[in-house]
Ligand binder design. Structure first.
Ligand SMILES: Cc1cc2nc3c(=O)[nH]c(=O)nc-3n(C[C@H](O)[C@H](O)[C@H](O)COP(=O)(O)OP(=O)(O)OC[C@H]3O[C@@H](n4cnc5c(N)ncnc54)[C@H](O)[C@@H]3O)c2cc1C
Length: 461
């Protein structure tokens, strides 16, 4: 639960804005006082001394406070920090824990558009060695012989995207964040409350000392405290499905082909890693079956996977441990409020059926960074609702179309009714033959559709 009264703060500041007034009440005076506290003794909770940014830093005042140092929050901090804004990046998890191999066993399908963002911000140089190019995508429906085949050569010379293990992503982000002088990292540090007023936001932390920023960005994932604190509602539902995640070794090389096999309980994806004999697996099952599968030993688990996937990669065996995620969808009704923006999973969480959730979040980063940097250049207030609404209007259509696509695909392929099965297999076969339609889907999956932010176009911020 958010602390009592915090949601009211946003409503109150909305009223100030509407009335074009200053900030006349007691709460704002308190927030201003907190903002002026001299926090020169502030220590970074990762054990290293706090970075200093001159006088402004000694007041613990920032242009932007980003709550959540996951892949979205950390990338946004880099984009804004490199553009000259002073950033506080706050996460409740200590960096060494976040970077450990046990923390997050997933691999991310990085779309070409996202790769350009990572390249523009100096991260791709650290990741290229670890990235497996996706040359083809093969989509099949259970045991049907009809399938959809996407070949990267039909849209250009570049791969369709890359598979990167999240431990590499997290390590590269942490190294770049540590090297960027404009970012002060507070981790582990838990934000417990927020108070917005006409000039900024004051953040309360479980650890004590408050921080003050012109704008707060919630990049704090599903169940975002920032979203709830601002009283922003979300549409959400559960799929009753669990994604099992692991890595496998297989006898035959994968040739850069990403396989997605749609089965009635959910899709089984084998995604090509850098090593030609290793894939990352995202295997979706109904919750109860997933729990039973997790209880199997490695040999039995591998055999179950092999039975569903078939023999095209030769013998498959699991390598290392397994992880699981309960799947659901959520979408915030707003991405912006006065002095507040939401990005990544704090704003939207989709089914991983198309490997697009983080790509959406990184496109949020590219758009929000562009809007804020442009506003700063023009001398505008980066926390003003009018500025933040530009970001919201830019990003909602992309998210909504992916919500519809992923939710629709999951429902369509989970349906075992014979006429539906036949219709969708015919559909797969048809799309496979209609080159322009296929190219359109491919450009969408590559994150290259719609109005693109400068970072996605490969330009500087
Ligand atoms: C099985 C699976 C496979 C996936 N595969 C892909 C894929 O191939 N491609 C793709 O694009 N997407 C994929 N996704 C989606 C992707 O993983 C998420 O969209 C992404 O992790 C969201 O990142 P984020 O930074 O927004 O949120 P998170 O990763 O959830 O990070 C939020 C951070 O906020 C911190 N935090 C939360 N509350 C507080 C607080 N009060 N104070 C301080 N810190 C706080 C947390 O510690 C955390 O570090 C997949 C998802 C799943 C479940």
């Amino acid at each position: 639960m958010p602390p009592a009264g915090v949601a009211d703060f946003w409503r109150i500041s909305e009223r100030w804005r509407a009335a074009g007034q200053g900030c006349p009440n007691r709460r704002q005076k308190l927030a201003q006082k907190l903002g002026k506290l001299n926090l020169t003794g502030l220590a970074r909770l990762d054990g290293r001394p706090a970075r200093r940014h001159g006088a402004a830093m000694s007041l613990a005042r920032f242009d932007v406070a980003i709550i959540g140092g996951g892949p979205v929050g950390a990338l946004l901090a880099l984009a804004l920090g490199k553009a000259g804004l002073r950033i506080a990046l706050i996460d409740r998890t200590a960096p060494p824990v976040m970077q450990s191999a046990a923390y997050d066993g997933r691999a991310t399908a990085v779309a070409l558009g996202s790769q350009r963002i990572l390249k523009g911000l100096g991260l791709w140089q650290r990741l290229a060695e670890a990235a497996g190019p996706i040359l083809d995508i093969r989509v099949s429906d259970g045991r049907s012989r009809l399938f959809l085949h996407y070949d990267h050569r039909s849209v250009g010379d570049d791969p369709l995207g890359y598979i990167v293990e999240n431990r590499h992503l997290r390590a590269a982000l942490a190294t770049e964040v540590a090297a960027e002088p404009a970012i002060a990292l507070f981790a582990p540090a838990t934000v417990t409350g927020l108070a917005a007023d006409a000039t900024g936001v004051t953040l309360a932390r479980a650890e004590g000392a408050e921080l003050r920023a012109t704008l707060v960005v919630g990049a704090d994932g599903r169940g975002s405290l920032v979203r709830r604190s601002a009283g922003i509602a979300a549409t959400e539902w559960q799929y009753g499905q669990t994604a099992l995640v692991c890595s496998v070794r297989h006898d035959a090389p994968h040739h850069g082909i990403a396989h997605e096999r749609f089965l009635t309980p959910g899709p089984l994806a084998l995604l090509p890693l850098r090593d030609p004999h290793r894939c990352s697996v995202v295997w979706t099952e109904r919750d109860a079956t997933a729990a039973a599968l997790l209880a199997l030993d490695d040999a039995a688990f591998s055999a179950e996977m092999q039975a569903r996937f078939g023999e095209s990669l030769g013998r498959i065996r699991i390598e290392g441990r397994r992880w699981s995620w309960k799947l659901g969808l959520h979408h915030a009704s707003r991405y912006a409020a006065p002095r507040l923006a939401l990005a990544g999973d704090a704003a939207h969480g989709i089914h991983p059926i198309a490997g697009q959730g983080l790509n959406l979040g990184w496109r949020d980063v590219a758009a929000l960074a562009e809007v804020l940097v442009d506003a700063r250049r023009l001398g505008l207030d980066i926390g003003a609702l009018a500025v933040l609404e530009r970001y919201e209007a830019w990003r909602r259509p992309d998210t909504l179309s992916l919500i519809l696509a992923t939710d629709g695909l999951n429902r369509l392929f989970s349906n075992d009714v014979a006429p539906v099965r036949v219709a969708r297999d015919v559909g797969l076969g048809l799309v496979n033959r209609i080159a322009p339609l296929k190219r359109r889907f491919m450009r969408q999956a590559m994150g290259l559709a719609g109005p693109l932010p400068r970072l996605v176009r490969g330009e500087v911020l």
